[in-house]
Design a protein around this ligand. Structure first.
Ligand SMILES: Cc1cc2nc3c(=O)[nH]c(=O)nc-3n(C[C@H](O)[C@H](O)[C@H](O)COP(=O)(O)OP(=O)(O)OC[C@H]3O[C@@H](n4cnc5c(N)ncnc54)[C@H](O)[C@@H]3O)c2cc1C
Length: 444
């Protein structure tokens, strides 16, 4: 194989370091590819895929390694690390950019800000656009701008034969359709995304309310009721955790942190004003109706909940179930919360506007996700099943799951409509008939 990037065979020096470096979650899976290729160029990607084809190897692809389940690390075959394809080119006049899959979302936002532009990148530092855009992409101002995959205008892809093709509405249209929602089941290597970028909002800010956990029923019942009416420029995110040290809260609490994107401060305040209507507002431990903030401030705040170097387990659900059906599950989550920063996220999302025709096809009014965070491998038995078992218990209330926080290898659940799954299967059969690329670790 002729490459400029590095190659590690199993058991060779550097292999284990290279394998571990591909995974952000400190729970590195006991799965071992035969070969790891660190592509340094698009032609490296083509050479690696051709090598895999010639040797009957399956391929797993890694951009930023933020798949919680480390979907790209599989037993046997070739692990293709494309994180080094991470450049960006911005066309300010056309309001477009092209970006390599290894580009981190927060860095993309920094690069765009120089041009007064914006992209609905993910909420955490380090998430690369590769996996993020393929699975949907729930980012800053995504209630207004749509899941980030709606901003993808085209892709450059290395196919199962090692050919480099462009896919867009007019060319390889099924590949383009699939790339916007197939997530870790995509059957090609994206080497470049062509995206629409957006004007930077004039005003960014946030409200912040903290309630003691005893008020769970009052707070969530109200949030459930107002959800559909909340201005689409507001991302109402509700976190439940055993404490929020960074806010000086050392008791179990509910934090409602709601970023807003607007044209003026008065509009931002107006959009957030509904959050003042909580019936237990007078019992809030902290209440800040509006404070200006910028993306770097938000990234710093969010990363408190997702520290690096920890062990993580996640699971999730979409729902529009009546509140009384959700309440017992929420109570069980609250009663069994593992230590902070483990938390439950309630994201107010719907009602969804009409979306583009793409593989991404499942969403609902509210998104609930659980993130268990711990440090010591000796605690795996205590914590590894919490998120999954709580979501299993609430499954009758779920319409499906998001691929962002997927746990498909352990709990298969629907993440696209039946029609979209059939179409994805047909596209895979056409573009990857030999199953060269690994698919989802589980599906229904
Ligand atoms: C701390 C943290 C915060 C997060 N926050 C958000 C958030 O705010 N919003 C959100 O929507 N998601 C979020 N996620 C989920 C994240 O978007 C997904 O896990 C996404 O897949 C990560 O992309 P990646 O390239 O970093 O990961 P990777 O692990 O490299 O990729 C995930 C999978 O995507 C496929 N893939 C990746 N790159 C390519 C490529 N170039 N070509 C073909 N297939 C590819 C592979 O199947 C791979 O296994 C978060 C995850 C973490 C760990």
């Amino acid at each position: 194989m002729e490459l400029t990037g590095a190659v590690f065979e199993r058991d060779a020096a550097g292999y284990e370091e290279a394998r571990r470096a591909t995974v952000w979650n400190a729970r590195i899976p006991d799965r071992f590819p035969d070969l790891i290729v660190q592509a340094a160029s698009v032609s490296d990607v083509q050479a690696a895929v051709r090598h895999a084809k010639a040797h009957g190897m399956r391929v797993g692809v890694r951009s930023g390694g933020h798949s919680w389940a480390a979907n790209h690390v599989r037993d046997g075959g070739l692990l293709l690390d494309v994180s080094r394809l991470n450049d960006i080119e911005v066309d300010r006049d056309a309001m477009t950019a092209t970006v390599g899959p290894g580009k981190k979302g927060h860095e993309m936002c920094e690069d765009l800000a120089v041009h007064d532009l914006f992209f609905p990148a993910g909420h955490c530092k380090g998430v690369a656009v590769g996996g993020y855009l393929l699975q949907g992409g729930y980012g800053w101002n995504s209630r207004m701008l749509g899941p980030a995959c709606e901003s993808v205008l085209g892709i450059d892809v290395v196919t199962a034969d090692g050919d480099l093709v462009h896919a867009g509405p007019e060319e390889n249209a099924e590949l383009y359709w699939s790339a916007r929602g197939a997530g870790p089941g995509f059957f090609g290597v994206v080497t470049r995304f062509h995206v629409r970028v957006h004007a930077r909002p004039a005003v960014c800010g946030s409200s912040l309310y903290v309630y003691p956990l005893e008020l769970l029923e009052e707070v969530y019942r109200w949030a459930h009721a107002i959800g559909p009416e909340v201005d689409r420029r507001v991302e109402m995110q509700i976190l439940m955790s055993r404490d929020f040290e960074e806010l000086g809260i050392d008791l179990p609490a509910i934090v409602i942190a709601s970023p807003v994107f607007a044209d003026s401060e008065s509009e931002a305040r107006e959009a957030l004003s509904v959050l003042e209507t909580c019936p237990v507002r007078d019992q809030a431990l902290i209440a800040v109706p509006f404070a200006p903030a910028q993306l770097p401030d938000w990234y710093a705040a969010v990363m408190q909940a997702y520290p690096e170097g920890r062990r993580y387990a996640t699971d999730n659900m979409w729902t529009s179930a009546p509140f009384d059906d959700l309440l017992p599950g929420l109570r069980r989550i609250a009663e069994s919360l593992p230590p902070a920063p483990s938390h439950c996220l309630w994201l107010n999302w719907g009602p969804a506007p009409r979306r583009q025709d793409m593989a991404y096809s499942m969403e609902d009014q509210t998104y609930i996700a659980l993130y268990t965070v711990w440090s010591d491998a000796a605690d795996d038995d205590a914590y590894a099943d919490w998120a999954q078992s709580r979501m299993e218990a609430m499954a009758p209330c779920a319409t499906g799951i998001q691929l962002a926080d997927e746990n498909l290898g352990r709990r298969p659940a629907p993440f696209a409509t039946g029609a979209a799954m059939d179409r994805l299967d047909r596209a895979r059969a056409a573009y990857d008939p030999d199953g060269r690329f690994h698919s989802w670790m589980g599906r229904v």
